[in-house]
Design a protein around this ligand. Sequence first.
Ligand code: AKG
Ligand code: FE2
Length: 282
Amino acid sequence: MKITEVQTTTEEILAHYQAFGYAVIPDALSAEELDYLNRLVESDMASHPDGWHKPIEGAVGNGSLLMKYPREMDAFIRHRTLFPLIQEVLLGEARYAQFDFRDISMERASSSQMGFHRDISWYGSTVGGKIWDPENPYKSTYTCVIYYLKDVHECCPAFCIVPCSHEYGSLAEAKAGLGDQYREVPIRGKAGTAILYNITTYHTRNGGKPECTHGRRTMHNYHSRTTSAPLTNWATVPEELALSDDRDTRLFYSQWTPNQIKHARDHYAKPVPSYYPVNAIK
Ligand SMILES: O=C(O)CCC(=O)C(=O)O
Ligand SMILES: [Fe+2]
């Protein structure tokens, strides 16, 4: 199978993800959805600048909009077009893990380069656990979608991935193992493009060119699996989702981090169910 620039049908998306560890889906968000999200980001940056962390590798970011807009953000986290694909690559076991917005100003575009890395769960990097799953045809223990909220041109910062690199312990091993199949594929596209990737596949963010006048805005959404540990030790979820009367919603938001257990204990109206170790967490 050949690497293609974009995949549009469900079959193409899943086949590309299975073969290379990622897929690029154009028009995943509608013009209305993009308009809504861009306005939300702009108004929150203006009204609550303290909720946005200081630039990390050129990007300011905010991971708390799910807490502020539960129902609205849930509709993006379990998005009508992307969520069925996420469920497919996670064997129907998808669990909420992390959701955040990032913004790179045009001034910071050229200094927003990251190093090549794979994303590993906090637990995977401290106490262990499988970082990819040899039994899953899609090899994923976690998956992430990055949505481009503005057009990403040639000059802009761009997500860049090394296809088929998930099994290697380092980028050097991937280079040696993949030989002349080794590629670094930068991904550009219009606003609304979604990149679905197995988080263990090596990737980076290429910095923008000095003349870039756009910067870049993205929405990042990580999903775990029932059989994986939580991705972070900090993500929190609002009560109306975590303790929803709807079973599917409650299950999807059920992989509670230590911070989430504390948050629920200290702020939820309903008592924390006793199947969470509320008294064991300081
Ligand atoms: O912003 C990007 O293009 C990549 C971000 C990333 O890899 C990360 O935050 O782990
Ligand atoms: Fe990453």
